[in-house]
Design a binder for this molecule. Structure first.
Ligand code: SF4
Length: 178
């Protein structure tokens, strides 16, 4: 069972502590001003077996959790369910999804995935709002994530890995032409 991957790297601003962030490949929502348009095509250039991915996560001693972003993680519910089931229970998990809560709440397979994550932040990105998290719903299934961390603020992180640089975080929305 393989998951299409756009990028994987360590980050300190996609949830509490040092985390492994997994950006999946493929998203059909095409929100205006999306930070990660390169993740939209449903290409399969880089596929990772979810059991191998879980092993890689569990062997990473530098992280306190995993964050799934995209792309649209919930477009791969079986893969995500297996992955979250295999991850060490000491690690916290966060899912960012563009699905609206109204689209999720009637789908049993998506609810099963969300039940395995500590926190899911769901809803389409609206670049007209002053902060990306405004208009989103926070689905909390444990008390292991401090929600204060997600209070609106502007923060950008650059992760350098070999020859590549990944820009991640919350960018100023007023730079976007609407
Ligand atoms: S749901 Fe997320 S990844 Fe998909 S287009 Fe919207 S902001 Fe981008």
């Amino acid at each position: 069972m393989d998951l299409p991957i756009n990028n994987i790297c360590h980050s300190r601003i996609n949830g509490p502590g040092n985390r492994l962030v997994i950006w999946v490949q493929g998203c059909k929502f095409h929100c205006k001003g999306c930070f990660n348009p390169e993740t939209h095509p449903y290409t399969k250039d880089y596929m990772m077996d979810v059991v191998s991915l879980a092993r890689m996560i569990n062997e990473d001693k530098e992280i306190e959790g995993v964050t799934f972003s995209g792309g649209e993680p919930l477009d791969y519910p079986n893969e995500l369910y297996t992955l979250l089931s295999e991850i060490d229970s000491k690690l916290t998990s966060i899912i960012f999804s563009g699905y609206q809560w109204e689209e999720i709440k009637t789908k049993r397979n998506l609810l099963k995935v969300l039940a395995l994550a500590d926190l899911s932040i769901v809803g389409r990105y609206d670049c007209k709002l002053p902060h990306p998290y405004l208009g989103k719903k926070f689905i909390v299934t444990s008390n292991r994530i401090n929600l204060e961390l997600f209070k609106p603020k502007q923060i950008v992180e650059y992760v350098v890995n070999g020859n590549s640089i990944t820009k991640t975080g919350i960018f100023k929305t007023n730079n976007i032409n609407i």
